[in-house]
Design a binder for this molecule. Structure first.
Ligand SMILES: Nc1ncnc2c1ncn2[C@@H]1O[C@H](COP(=O)(O)OP(=O)(O)O)[C@@H](O)[C@H]1O
Ligand SMILES: O=C(CO)[C@@H](O)[C@H](O)COP(=O)(O)O
Length: 484
């Protein structure tokens, strides 16, 4: 527990409700100083499916705020950033009808394929919705639910994203924001409205969806009740998806690339142009301000590499250079490249391959996918030599840092601030008090400050070896392992 030393401005709270845990920061809105912090874990189901109980996110939020001590109750405003895409289905009494289907649950791959065809193909989706939906997108999860658990779909009276669910529990009002709703697949980025024909196609009544708040809007105040972790009357900001929140938290300017290493791996940049990639590699998300956030995401990042280290009984930093082994670490199926049924593939094992080389190959495989996607995420005129901003839990790891430098050939900047999603949410909350753009607030707070690691020569041999295995293994990667 910690209590707040004297702050120079009103306190605000920023929350990151991500896949593995909820983190809460109490921040001095004048300076960006983190006055108190808390963190509590969530359970994600293992095996074939990825589900979590939304009630556990709420409990984790309360625990994280309790860890912050009394300062959280002094906060003048709060904002929630949350993992994207998850399908939260609420019944008449406001509680979940079933556990939430998370962004990394690939069960809806057949529904994704069929929805893409039914609307007229990938280009129609990209032009209209901004993204070609894969199994991560909420619309495909709803289609899966309607087909496979019709009773749950019928019992659903409200559909929410994870951050909407938590925001609504604070205010009592169903709201979302343009950043997070752009990951549903039922919000048309061209018109910035819910797409009635997509909703009609999946049999979802628009009345079940939350109102899309404007950037900078006060969506409500914390309602009365002993159960609530803030004081009554605290202002509540729209919140947003975790990647859009991190973009706010970095005070990101257009063209500056971010590589985030968390449960998911993501690469993105802010852009003034609305993205529309018919290949589906780039999701055409909106950001939380009024611009765009082209982004590519992998399902296998820090957890996949940590799993390989555990299998080898190695510490995660125990990598060794050399050798010719390639590991495509697609333990959970993969989204980038779009191979939802795939599993991990190992090639090039020799008698003299060391465990440390195998571990390095897992890092290489994970980073290769992200860097390949970064090329298409960036606008064609973007500066390809500016520093990559490295964030997320993995950014602390030396092996991750070195792998990104070696395979990108770019300088890498590692912000000292660890919780950029929660800081972005805090900046959004602070914006409610001052009327400023949250990104400008984050720049004033200097949140991106951190060492810039010099570039090293790009390891072209490793990149082409991985690309070769990826292409040669195509038939294997297109299907689940035999026996599954
Ligand atoms: N010092 C570290 N070095 C490398 N990886 C780390 C380190 N600390 C945490 N991680 C990784 O960060 C991951 C959590 O990242 P985080 O961004 O907090 O995830 P999420 O937001 O998806 O819940 C863990 O899976 C762990 O593997
Ligand atoms: O699906 C995406 C982005 O499209 C993921 O980035 C999720 O938003 C989960 O984020 P983390 O928990 O890994 O931060």
């Amino acid at each position: 527990m910690s209590s707040a030393p004297t702050a120079q401005g009103p306190l605000v709270v920023g929350v990151d409700s991500s896949t593995q845990s909820t983190k809460a920061l109490v921040v001095d809105s004048a300076t960006g100083r983190v006055v108190a912090r808390g963190q509590a874990p969530h359970h994600v189901s293992t095996g074939e499916h990825r589900e979590s109980d939304p009630q556990e996110w709420w409990d984790a939020l309360r625990t994280a705020l309790e860890q912050c001590g009394p300062s959280a109750r002094e906060a003048a405003a709060v904002s929630i950033g949350g993992q994207q895409h998850g399908l939260v289905t609420l019944g008449k009494d406001g509680s979940p009808v079933r556990p939430a289907l998370l962004w990394n649950d690939v069960r809806s791959a057949p529904q994704a394929q069929s929805l893409v065809e039914r609307l007229g193909g990938p280009k129609v989706w990209a032009d209209r919705v901004g993204s070609v939906p894969g199994p991560s997108f909420t619309v495909t999860k709803w289609a899966w639910l309607a087909e496979n658990e019709p009773a749950s779909a019928r019992a659903t009276t409200a559909v929410r994203l994870p951050h909407d669910y938590l925001t609504e529990r604070l205010t009592g009002l169903g709201t979302t924001d343009r950043g997070d709703v752009s990951g549903t697949g039922w919000w048309a980025s061209g018109s910035e409205q819910y797409d009635e024909s997509v909703l009609d196609m999946v049999g979802l009544d628009p009345a079940l969806l939350p109102r899309v708040a404007h950037p900078g809007e006060i969506v409500g105040t914390v309602r009365d009740g002993d159960e609530l972790p803030f004081s009554k009357g605290t202002l509540v900001a729209p919140g947003t998806g975790d990647n859009a929140a991190a973009a706010l938290g970095l005070g990101l300017r257009p063209g500056s690339p971010v590589l985030s290493l968390g449960t998911s791996g993501t690469v993105y940049a802010v852009s003034e142009r609305r993205p529309a990639d018919p290949t589906g590699t780039v999701a055409g998300f909106a950001d939380a301000r009024g611009a765009w956030l082209p982004l590519a995401c992998t399902l296998n990042c820090t957890q996949a590499v940590d799993r390989v280290a555990a299998l080898l009984h190695l510490e995660r930093e125990a990598v060794e250079p050399g050798g010719s082994v390639t590991l495509l670490p697609y333990l959970d199926g993969e989204r980038t490249p779009n191979l939802p049924h795939s599993s991990g593939v190992l090639h090039g094992l020799r008698h003299d391959t060391t465990p440390g080389q195998l571990l390095q190959a897992a890092y290489d495989g994970a980073v290769h996918s992200l860097l390949g996607a970064l090329d298409v995420v960036l606008d064609p005129d973007a500066d390809r030599s500016s520093p990559l901003l490295l964030i997320g839990g993995g950014a602390r790891g030396k092996a991750w840092q070195h792998t990104v430098r070696r395979l990108s050939g770019r300088p890498v900047q590692v912000p000292e601030a660890e919780e950029l999603v929660a800081l972005g949410a805090a900046a959004q909350a602070a914006g409610l008090l001052t009327g400023e753009d949250p990104s400008a607030i984050a720049r004033r707070w200097d949140t991106a400050r951190g060492p810039v690691l010099d570039p090293v020569a790009r390891d072209e041999a490793a990149l082409s070896r991985i690309a070769g295995v990826l292409s040669d293994a195509a038939p294997l990667l297109d299907r689940a392992p035999h026996g599954e």
